[in-house]
Design a protein around this ligand. Structure first.
Ligand SMILES: Cc1ncc(COP(=O)(O)O)c(C=O)c1O
Length: 374
């Protein structure tokens, strides 16, 4: 059997990793400034994380959501404390798309409506409703077009209001900072308008923090830079540091009932152990503060490079815009300088999403290599 060939692959085979470095099968060492699509939050194979998972596996790897699971309760408590959302409820699932799928479903249940407002260049996942609200025709199959989504320009609050006035919208979904699209983001004024308009028209505001959350931008959630409180927040990626886990944070105004949502694997014991360990490490090692400091250093350094057109993003969700495509640049960085970086829908943007443990010295290794390649 062959693998279904959907991924264009770099010719690198990682077999081992530690903190911000990855080794291939020949022992070659790579600096990981991409964290496998922004997934590695507390560093590869962090010793506390590894021992917590091993220990959990020795005791109980999985049992279903039909019995008590104190790890879920511990996770919700710690997540509430670190994020500031003590009064929200947590629904656990397995991926980012699944988190958005459940968030949209909840919005539709709550309001009795179904149309969704999303934004140009957004990415929310590849499943049914999540892909329907993703602005990419190429990954939207005919079956996904049953969901009605309207794509508006970021920062156009008047256009949002015009749509909400029609009375058929259940949710507005927006990324804290656009990831796959290329690090565009709403202004504080725009986020505040969304909060007010959603309240006024009985529409659920969903903040997709799947990529921008978990401290990456220098706050636990990127929307906290704008001082707003959405009705629903979705999380995944950095939440499990590589263990597949996702979550939906739900405002007290949305009420739960038995059977409303459900999943077999969501919130399993191993996933909870991973997610608890991530929160403990973020807190103990003050990684959100590190994201601010190292993110600032990155910005200062890249702004000194004459070929750089623009710095985008916040903290360790950052990008460098050039006036040429970055495909060749990224190939040289990986094959000649052994540094992983990311791309975006914006072909001129090189993205970095390193582990939150990355240091200024790691950034300097990248800056030296980048200058050489340029
Ligand atoms: C903002 C955002 N939402 C949702 C998703 C989908 O997450 P997953 O690939 O875990 O389904 C992604 C993945 O890149 C993302 O960046």
């Amino acid at each position: 059997m062959n693998l279904f060939n959907v991924y264009p692959l770099y010719n690198v085979t990682p077999v081992k990793a530690q903190d911000c470095f990855v080794w291939d099968e020949k022992g070659k060492k790579y600096l990981d400034l991409y964290g496998g699509h922004g997934v590695i939050s507390v560093g590869h194979t962090h010793p506390d994380y590894v021992s917590k998972l091993k220990n959990q596996l020795d005791n109980l790897g999985f049992y279903s959501n039909a019995v008590q699971n104190s790890l879920q309760v511990e996770l919700a408590k710690k997540l509430g404390e670190l994020s500031g959302y003590h009064d929200y409820d947590l629904f656990l699932c397995n991926s980012g798309a699944e988190a958005n799928e459940n968030a949209l479903k909840l919005a539709s249940f709550h309001t009795g409506k179904s149309r969704v407002i999303s934004f140009k260049n957004s990415f929310h996942g590849r499943t049914s409703a999540a892909v329907a609200v993703t602005d990419n025709e190429k990954i939207n199959a005919p079956i996904n077009k049953q969901q009605i989504a309207t794509f508006l320009c970021l920062n156009d609050a008047d256009a949002v209001e015009k749509e909400l006035q029609k009375g058929d919208v259940c949710a507005v979904i927006i990324e804290g900072v656009q990831g796959v699209g290329g690090l565009d983001e709403g202004t504080t004024e725009f986020f505040k308008s969304l909060e007010i308009l959603c309240e006024q028209y009985n529409v659920i505001l969903i903040l997709d923090e799947i990529q921008s959350g978990y401290g990456r931008t220098g706050k636990f959630f990127a929307h906290q830079h704008h001082n707003i409180k959405p009705d629903i927040i979705t999380i995944a990626k950095g939440m499990g540091n590589g263990f597949p886990v996702g979550g939906v944070l739900i405002s007290p105004k949305l009420k739960a009932s038995f059977g409303l949502l459900g999943t077999t694997f969501g919130g399993n014991h191993l996933a909870c152990a991973a997610a608890i360990s991530v929160l403990d490490i973020i807190k103990k090692e003050t990684l959100i503060e590190n994201a601010i400091a190292v993110g600032k250093h990155f910005e200062n350094q890249i702004k000194k490079i004459p070929q750089v057109k623009n710095h985008k993003g916040k903290g360790l969700m950052a990008g460098i815009e050039f006036d040429f495509g970055v495909v060749e640049l990224r190939k040289k960085l990986i094959y000649e300088h052994h540094i992983f970086t990311g791309g975006a829908m914006n072909k001129n943007l090189l993205r970095i999403l390193p582990p939150l443990t990355v240091t200024k010295d790691h950034i300097d290794i990248f800056i030296t290599a980048l200058k050489k390649v340029l």
